[in-house]
Write a new protein. Structure first.
Ligand SMILES: NC(=O)c1ccc[n+]([C@@H]2O[C@H](COP(=O)([O-])OP(=O)(O)OC[C@H]3O[C@@H](n4cnc5c(N)ncnc54)[C@H](OP(=O)(O)O)[C@@H]3O)[C@@H](O)[C@H]2O)c1
Length: 250
């Protein structure tokens, strides 16, 4: 049986990814800060499917926690690592709460990079997949979320670049970018928390994809040979090769 590690699995997209991969027969390692929420998900998944779920409670934005998490789970063969934990901040840059933004950089960029690189070192020659959750905001600037978009540009660029070099160097590991558009989850309340932005005005009647729909599409990305799975302006999921230009020197 294969094993998937999913960060940010206590709610939203990560929780839906946990249900999707469980349904496909994966054992799971689920990571988040909320122990009770993860415990309920573990019990539900183990009663529905013949799989094993291991919960790991970590605040990944805290320095040193990604290394500790990786050391704790590294005895497992991790076939899929999904770096999904992340959050946003809705504000104009000059109104931003600096401590919230720096915490966001710590989670969206630092923690994701640390876990990705540890995984890449161990699995570069394995039949394994790294999926990093970016955003459509990782390919286009959104005026009320510029620092958030910058973190996601990093995620997209880093992950596409890793996949590019894995392919050009003939390695077995694959790296993929999942780029959701607005999706129903706790994300919007967290992003608007402490800001002057009214999320009802922001989304003004827009139909958001459900986290379950997105998770089904994410599984298609996992199965495909493509690098990027992105939601287009018509709210349709598209699989693509890399979007950023690439230069091979080696
Ligand atoms: N929803 C959207 O519209 C949307 C669009 C584009 C991209 N995304 C991206 O999709 C990913 C998932 O977001 P979501 O929409 O599912 O948001 P969500 O409903 O707020 O879920 C976020 C998850 O991340 C976990 N998390 C947050 N901070 C953490 C930390 N410091 N350490 C460990 N886990 C942490 C949360 O669990 P705990 O609180 O229990 O720790 C939760 O499980 C994010 O990377 C987000 O940027 C979302």
């Amino acid at each position: 049986m294969k094993t998937a590690l999913i960060t940010g699995a206590s709610a939203g997209i990560g929780k839906a990814l946990a249900y999707q991969f469980a349904q496909q027969g994966f054992n799971l390692i689920l990571v988040a800060r909320r122990q009770e929420a993860l415990e309920q998900i573990k019990q539900d998944l183990e009663s529905r499917y013949s799989i094993q779920v291991e919960n790991q409670i970590f605040d990944l934005a805290v320095s040193g926690q990604t290394a500790e998490l990786y050391d704790t789970v590294k005895h497992h063969k991790i076939d899929v690592l999904i770096n999904n934990a992340g959050f946003g901040d809705y504000d104009l840059a000059w109104d931003a709460d600096l401590s919230k933004v720096m915490n966001m950089v710590d989670l969206n960029v630092r923690a994701l990079t640390d876990l990705s690189l540890r995984y890449i070192k161990d699995y570069v020659d394995e039949d394994a997949v790294l999926i990093n959750v970016s955003s459509v905001g990782g390919y286009a600037e959104v005026d009320v979320a510029i620092p958030y978009c910058a973190t996601k540009f990093y995620v997209s660029s880093f992950t596409e670049g890793v996949d590019f070099s894995l392919r050009t160097q003939g390695k077995k590991l694959r790296a993929k970018v999942l780029a959701p558009a607005g999706t129903q989850s706790e994300f919007h309340n967290v992003a608007a928390d402490g800001s002057g932005i009214d999320i009802n005005e922001l989304y003004n009647g827009a139909v958001l994809m459900t986290a379950e729909q997105l998770a089904e599409s994410a599984y298609q990305l996992y199965l495909s040979d493509k690098t990027v799975g992105i939601v287009n302006p018509n709210n349709e999921f598209e699989l693509k090769d890399a979007i950023f230009p690439q230069v091979a020197l080696l």
